[in-house]
Design a protein around this ligand. Structure first.
Ligand SMILES: [Zn+2]
Length: 202
């Protein structure tokens, strides 16, 4: 049995702020227009971050070229999520890791964004991890591990060209969250750090 609009409105009015923020930042693209309207009323009524309304709106329609450029610039010039440096624009990387278990090789590709110096450290760390942990199954030894080592190295050597495309994929997947902190560089940097740590798959 589906809920009436009035019941949904009552439920939303009882949600804690963090739940409303989460819906606005991450889940509003899956809500029907009448529920989006209720969500926006709650954001307004509670005086939550004014960017949240825009977070909801940009998840409702295809994002414009200008908006994408604005979000990309904000991300590129945020403080580095690893060291806090603001000296150079950030670069997005695709890191490839292989961990060989006895019978299976776990092969993962993850998104990572940081300043060029921290990227170099992370690539070395990933290559070292794969080199140490990637040899313990026959399949890993002959196929995945050498491939992962080569890919990490080659992704890093052409990272500037790849960064732009990766960044767009990342931004389009996290539109609402990024919009909510687009004018708050420190919070944006924290958001990037969270995604680096979680090892978002790409
Ligand atoms: Zn850094």
């Amino acid at each position: 049995m589906s809920l009436s609009i009035e019941e949904i409105r009552k439920n939303y009015s009882q949600f804690p702020d963090y739940k409303i923020v989460q819906l606005a930042e991450q889940d509003s693209h899956s809500l029907p227009p009448e529920v989006v309207a209720i969500l926006l009323e709650e954001v307004e009524k509670r005086g939550l971050n004014k960017n949240l309304k825009e977070s909801v709106h940009i998840q409702q329609a295809p994002v414009s070229e200008e908006k994408l450029v604005e979000l990309k610039q904000a991300v590129l010039y945020a403080p580095c999520p690893s060291c806090g440096s603001k000296k150079e624009p950030l670069i997005a990387l695709k890191l490839v890791e292989t961990i060989g278990l006895i019978f299976v090789a776990q092969h993962t590709t993850r998104f990572f964004i940081a300043c060029p110096t921290c990227n170099r450290k992370e690539v070395k760390r990933t290559i070292l991890k794969t080199a140490i942990l990637g040899w313990w199954s026959p399949k890993a030894m002959i196929y995945y591990t050498p491939k992962a080592l080569m890919q990490s190295y080659s992704n890093f050597s052409k990272s500037t060209e790849q960064s732009n495309a990766l960044l767009e994929i990342f931004i389009l997947a996290k539109l609402g969250e990024i919009q909510a902190v687009v004018d708050k560089p420190l919070q944006l940097s924290k958001l990037l750090k969270r995604h680096n740590i979680n090892g978002d798959q790409i």
